[in-house]
Design a protein. Sequence first.
Length: 183
Amino acid sequence: MLFKQSDDELMEDVKRGSKAAFSELIDRHGSAVLGYCMRVYSGNTATAEDTTQEVWMKVLENNQSYKGSGHFKAWLMTITRNTAFTEMKKSSRYQDENSEEEGEIQIPDDFNLEEHMVELEDLALTKKHIDSLPDQQRMALILWLDGEDTYQGIAKQLNLSLASVKSLIFRARENIKKKLEAV
């Protein structure tokens, strides 16, 4: 009964060539990998799915490197993050090629990015500006906007210092604000 095994036990079975154990790991953690990729690629389903498949191929290829320390999901998400970054560097396909044309937007003097993103009718423009940020700024901002993690958690995911994460998020917000004000 695979569903009763721990992730570590399943990985040991995967190392021995068990397809059923590998399938169980995908069932358990596939949505987390795909969800992360969807956030990274701003909802571009095709690219997120391609990257998700690449992640699971890397899990198979590198299964011997997993030491069974009870941290399978952290190991998996590290592979996911690294694969997503590598794929972004290889190609500009993560850019949303189908974004709508920019409309005229008035930015109030007391502009607040969070409120603006929620209230803005043309989210495609904001999305386009987020997509155009440098990789580290974009990743930090996406994780921050997701609201599921603290600055410390984001720093750990990105393997950066807390100060670096705060700086990246600040710069990302400022860059988007300037781009939206320029419209």
